[in-house]
Design a protein around this ligand. Structure first.
Ligand SMILES: [Zn+2]
Length: 84
């Protein structure tokens, strides 16, 4: 049976008004941080965090020091790249 635990990293990016993924922050997201944990994900898989201007650097560093961060793009650019 799968363990049930809160996994902040698995939040879906489906809200109509995307907000920052930083804990307690409800600012509108401007940036998308694309990341991959090689211990959990296949290399082509991309998980995403959203970030406002204020938290982009903080969240980027969090992922960066773990070697997870792959890309940081604006939300507009990310949406365009998804082709939807
Ligand atoms: Zn924020």
């Amino acid at each position: 049976m799968a363990a049930r635990r809160r996994r902040v990293w698995d939040e879906d990016v489906t809200d109509e008004t995307p907000v920052c993924s930083a804990k307690g922050c409800r600012a509108a997201a401007v940036w998308v941080l694309a990341w991959n944990n090689p211990k959990l994900h296949t290399p082509e898989r991309r998980k995403t965090w959203l970030a406002c201007e204020e938290h982009r650097e903080h969240l980027s560093q969090f992922l960066g020091v773990r070697g997870f961060l792959k890309d940081v793009v604006t939300l507009d650019a990310w949406d365009a790249a998804q082709g939807s």
